[in-house]
Ligand binder design. Structure first.
Ligand code: ADP
Ligand code: NA
Length: 330
């Protein structure tokens, strides 16, 4: 393929992806299939940097893959695989560990955030070095673009630094990637507390829309979303964060612009907006749940898709690793 290459990793989420994950990330993955030679992986190696249960990890990895397929990733148009199925990630990860400075790794701010709760001394060394594994994830595919959120920018910088360092010391081996930070990407807020983003860990059950929830429950959550004082349906993130969040969700799901929605709801109340948005959500999640369930009910097909994906990924990854090993003197 002569298209630019894109790579992204998705944590195997427990249970369901939420609406923020879909509108803020997965939707972009689906779109990138059309313009890029896109590689998407469920990053189970990253998942073990924190305490985890093997049975749950296995189930969550499959469930995540099923949901990605249900959301529109097409194995004919992209490469979808599970990270641990491609051993080259761990192999190149080690190499990258050996060219990273301890001080350099210590500057990664996510470790501080993620280890804050249990204390640095209780965190695994894997959690400390996980950005370096991420570097290997990207470089193995000679990716040009890495679709990530703002919070990952530092890791892309590290990737560029290490790729340049390796190339300089050992000879041209890796493509230098750039962060494909999708600026206009929707940020979705908690339905009950629009001051915080919708998130698995921070949102209350009523503030969080899981894509695999019963459509009835989703409808209810939309209808009981907090709105703001006043009655006007207008996008104003500061003064009307609740209504603005609903407008963002509506616009992102349907493709209708926010000004068009404001015009359509002029003179109508919040109730009308919520009723219509609830219907839009139900129309979206109903087939999504059905397709996810179909993949779960047909484990042979899901396994075959992931095996084929791993094979396609390995074809690229093993070539890059062989080159790197050769340059290193192995
Ligand atoms: P969570 O914060 O719920 O744990 P993750 O951090 O695993 O979700 O995020 C997975 C992907 O979904 C990332 O690309 C992230 O930017 C995106 N994402 C998560 N929450 C939101 C949100 N509320 N709005 C937009 N995008 C989001
Ligand atoms: Na998170």
């Amino acid at each position: 393929s002569d298209r630019p290459r894109a790579l992204s990793g998705i944590q195997p989420t427990s249970g369901s992806f939420h609406l923020g994950n879909y509108l803020g990330a997965i939707r972009q993955y689906v779109a990138l299939q059309e313009t890029h030679d896109a590689f998407y992986m469920v990053v189970d190696l990253h998942a073990i940097t924190m305490p985890q249960d093997p049975k749950e990890l296995r189930a969550n990895t499959r469930l995540s893959a099923a949901q990605l397929l249900a959301a529109g990733l097409d194995p004919e148009r992209c490469t979808l695989f599970v990270q641990s199925h491609v051993p080259e990630h761990a192999q190149l990860g080690w190499v990258m560990n050996c060219i990273t400075g301890f001080g350099e790794a210590s500057r990664m701010t996510q470790f501080k955030d993620k280890s804050a709760k249990g204390g640095v001394n209780n965190a695994s060394v894997g959690l400390f070095t996980y950005p370096i594994l991420q570097v290997a994830d990207i470089l193995l595919y000679q990716a040009n673009a890495v679709p990530v959120g703002e919070d990952q920018r530092q890791h892309i910088e590290l990737t560029r630094d290490l790729a340049e360092r390796f190339n300089q010391r050992f000879g041209q081996t890796f493509t230098i990637p750039s962060a494909h930070i999708v600026k206009e990407v929707a940020k979705i807020y908690d339905l009950q507390d629009p001051a915080i983003k919708m998130s698995k860990s921070a949102s209350s059950p009523k503030g969080l829309i899981n894509l695999l929830d019963e459509p009835k429950a989703t409808e209810k959550k939309i209808k009981s979303a907090v709105t703001d004082t006043g009655t006007e349906i207008r996008f104003d993130a500061e003064k009307k964060p609740g209504v603005s969040n609903l407008l963002t969700i509506y616009s992102t799901l349907t493709g209708e612009s926010i000004p068009a929605l404001e015009a359509r709801y002029e003179g109508k109340g919040y109730g009308a907006l919520k009723t219509d948005l609830a219907a839009v959500m139900v129309d979206f999640v109903t087939p999504f749940r059905k397709r996810t369930q179909e993949f779960l009910d047909d484990p042979e097909t899901l396994d075959a898709i992931l095996a084929k994906g791993a094979e396609k990924a390995r074809a690229v990854a093993s070539e890059t690793l062989a080159q790197a090993y050769d340059r290193l003197g192995f």
